[in-house]
Structures are given as structure tokens and as C-alpha cells.
Design a protein around this ligand. Structure first.
Ligand SMILES: *Cc1c(COP(=O)(O)O)cnc(C)c1O
Length: 382
């Protein structure tokens, strides 16, 4: 039974908890009873709900955000020798898909206050080989998209939003996912809504849409009830079971987002007096989803020790995300030193994600705040 029960006989407060109820259970049962399990009318409905919500002409469901990102680069024709600009502080999938296409991810630094792409470094790393940029709306906060879009237009390359964390996020009154040439969402259980695994590509572009649809399902088109194979495609489809869950999750999205914002706001107020950490901000241009609530700890604090001590108190916390350049694969392949991308490295070493989920109780919230206060004081070497 090791690992199931924790000290004090209390249950672990988890980092996140997907929010599902009977609606999802019944939807799954209905799909199973129908006998139609692969991409069909449930997936189509989920796609139109999401397209309408985000405000794009098209939305295509995929098996994950990673496959969505990969497919986006494929339809843009990204290949060997091309360069794609990626912020260094992100989940590795954002850069891995570039490498899958034998292109080179050009890693750029972030701003420490927002954890999103640093425009100065981005601008400095544009070359004639740059074919796309993948701005990441990290933790649910939109990247500063106006300068990103301006630079892309000036130099003639594409913008693919990594909106994995950003369903429901806004930038200057527009929804994230409707800003670039394409955008990719994730329905992994840690994101705003979930289908277990799953993703979506949004776009307004008719030609890209046609290519996405073709390549998502084996490169096959159907005429007179028969398939003909036009290209060497993939199978990146979402199942009907996941599509049906997605529909029910879309029904809950407004409530989930509202709860997350309220809880994040409460947490920020309570953390106000803490001297040894920086709270997440919401710039004027943005509306945050708080997919993750991430603080930056003072350099005097050992973040990994804090994670361990919080676990001792029965509270699951984790790092913000990864500085790609200092991960073994990237540092060995592209010969990076840790100091090459300094703000990202600082964020990788000092960021801490606190638990946040829509059904969090007042009691759980109080425990998190009390434990963090105690753990930080015990660890501070000021
Ligand atoms: C979660 C996440 C991904 C990967 O999403 P999957 O659906 O798990 O493939 C990519 N980028 C970012 C920023 C993420 O947070």
C-alpha cells in the first residue's frame, strides 16, 4: 500500500483533477452502444463547438496536441534545413515536432514575468531560413502576439500557436487559437478540458484546412463511396468515445474557467504577503486561464527541496516546465551551455506549480497556503 496513504492519514491534495461527472459517463456508454467508435458525428460536433468557441472557420480534432503541432508543420511544408523558432521554456513536444520534420528548432529566451517568448531574442534569431514560429501561451497566458505577428508578416513566415494550455485565454479581446495561421490545443487531463488524450487544430485558411483533413486520415479522399490515397498521411484521429467526452467538457468549459480564475485570484491574494516568491501576472493585453498556477521562487530557496517538503505535507506540487536547451537531448545535439538562455534556465530552476482545480475546497486551499508558508520559512536562507 506504499504511496497510496500519506502521513497524518489525510488524502493527498493533487496538482490537478479533471472535472467530469455523469454526463461524460453516459456519453461514453451511448457511443459504445451505438457501435460506431472511430471518428464520426461526435468528433464533428466537438470540432464545430470548438471552432465556434474560438472563432475560427475550421477545427480538426487530433489524437493529441503533439500530433496537432506535427501535422501543422507538415502542412506548412517544413522540412530539412528549415528553422522554426520555439521558446526555450516549454513542454518538449513544442520543439520535438520540429525535429521530427528534420528541421532545426531555434530556441529563444522568455520574459521572466510572463514566462512567454522574449520578443528581442526572437527578433535577433530570425534568419532567411526561418519558416515558422511557435509562440507558446504557457500556463494559459497568451504570448504577446502583436509583435510576433508583425515580425512573421515582415519576414514572411508562418505562426503556429501552441495553445495547449490556452483554451479560453484571450489576447486583446480575441481568443487564443484565432491569432496565428494555425493553433493547436491539448485535451490531456492537466489542461482546461480533457478527453483523456486529444488535441485540435484551428485555422481560417481553406488550403491548410484541406491538407490537415487529408493527412490526418492516411492521406485518403473519398469519392463515390471509395477511398483513393493522395498522399502518405498519418492516422492522427480522435475516437468517437473521446469526441463524446469532448462535447460534454465543452458544456462545462465556462464554469471551469470561471472557477480557475476565482481560485487563482484568491490564491494570489493569500500569497501577497509572502516575501520569497513572485506571483503570476496578467498583463493588460491578456485574459489568463490559469491552466497552471506557477510562482517563481527566490534564488535563496531550493525549489526541489520545497517540492519534497510539500509532498511530506500531503500536497503535490511540481516544476513549472522545462528549459529545453539544458535537457540532455538538446544540449548534446545543439551544444548549448546552461547560461546560453538565462531567463528560461532561471524559470526552470525556480518555478513551482501549485495545485489548482475547479472543485478545490476552501479547506484544501487553506492547507496549501499554510503548508507553503511553513515550508518556505523552514527553507529560507535569507
Ligand atoms: C501539454 C502540452 C503539450 C502537449 O500536449 P499533448 O496533448 O499532451 O500532446 C504541448 N505544449 C504545451 C505547452 C503543453 O503544455
Amino acid at each position: 500500500m506504499n504511496g497510496i496513504f500519506i502521513s497524518k492519514g489525510e488524502s493527498l491534495i493533487r496538482l490537478s483533477k479533471p472535472y467530469t461527472d455523469r454526463a461524460e459517463q453516459e456519453a461514453i456508454a451511448d457511443v459504445l452502444a451505438s457501435g460506431y467508435l472511430s471518428q464520426g458525428k461526435n468528433v464533428s460536433k466537438f470540432e464545430s463547438m470548438l471552432a465556434e468557441y474560438v472563432g475560427t472557420k475550421y477545427a480538426f480534432a487530433t489524437s493529441s496536441c503533439t500530433t496537432a503541432l506535427h501535422l501543422s508543420l507538415v502542412v506548412l511544408g517544413i522540412g530539412p534545413g528549415d528553422e522554426v523558432i520555439v521558446p526555450d521554456f516549454t513542454f518538449p513536444a513544442t520543439a520535438n515536432v520540429v525535429i521530427q520534420q528534420q528541421a532545426v528548432p531555434i530556441l529563444v529566451d522568455i520574459d521572466l514575468d510572463t514566462f512567454t517568448i522574449n520578443i528581442e531574442d526572437f527578433s535577433a534569431k530570425i534568419t532567411p531560413k526561418t519558416k515558422a514560429v511557435i509562440p507558446v501561451h504557457l500556463f494559459g497566458l497568451s504570448a504577446d502576439m502583436s509583435p510576433v505577428l508583425r515580425l512573421a508578416k515582415k519576414h514572411g513566415f508562418a505562426v503556429v500557436e501552441d495553445a495547449a494550455c490556452a483554451l479560453g485565454a484571450h489576447y486583446k479581446g480575441k481568443k487564443c487559437g484565432a491569432l496565428g495561421d494555425m493553433a493547436c490545443f491539448s485535451f490531456h487531463p492537466r489542461k482546461s478540458i480533457t478527453t483523456g488524450e486529444g488535441g485540435m487544430i484551428t485555422t481560417d485558411d481553406d488550403q491548410l484546412a484541406g491538407e490537415i483533413e487529408l493527412l490526418r486520415a492516411h492521406g485518403a479522399s473519398r469519392t463515390d463511396g471509395r477511398f483513393t490515397f493522395q498522399k502518405a498521411g498519418f492516422n492522427y484521429r480522435l475516437s468517437e468515445i473521446q469526441g463524446a467526452i469532448g462535447i460534454r467538457q465543452m458544456d462545462k468549459l465556462d464554469w471551469i474557467l470561471e472557477r480557475r480564475r476565482k481560485l487563482a485570484d484568491y490564491l494570489s491574494k493569500q500569497l501577497g504577503p509572502f516575501k520569497n516568491l513572485t506571483r503570476p501576472i496578467e498583463p493588460r493585453y491578456a485574459r489568463h486561464t490559469f491552466q497552471s498556477y506557477v510562482v517563481l521562487l527566490d534564488q535563496n530557496l531550493n525549489r526541489d527541496k520545497i517540492i519534497k517538503d510539500m509532498a511530506q505535507q500531503g500536497i503535490e506540487t511540481t516544476i513549472g516546465t522545462y528549459a529545453l536547451h539544458s535537457q540532455p537531448f538538446f544540449s548534446q545535439k545543439y551544444h548549448y551551455q546552461e547560461s546560453d538562455i538565462p531567463y528560461s534556465q532561471r524559470a526552470y530552476e525556480g518555478s513551482l506549480t501549485l495545485p489548482l482545480y475547479p472543485t478545490m475546497s476552501e479547506n484544501e486551499m487553506a492547507k496549501i497556503i499554510d503548508a507553503l508558508y511553513e515550508v518556505i520559512n523552514a527553507n529560507y536562507k535569507g
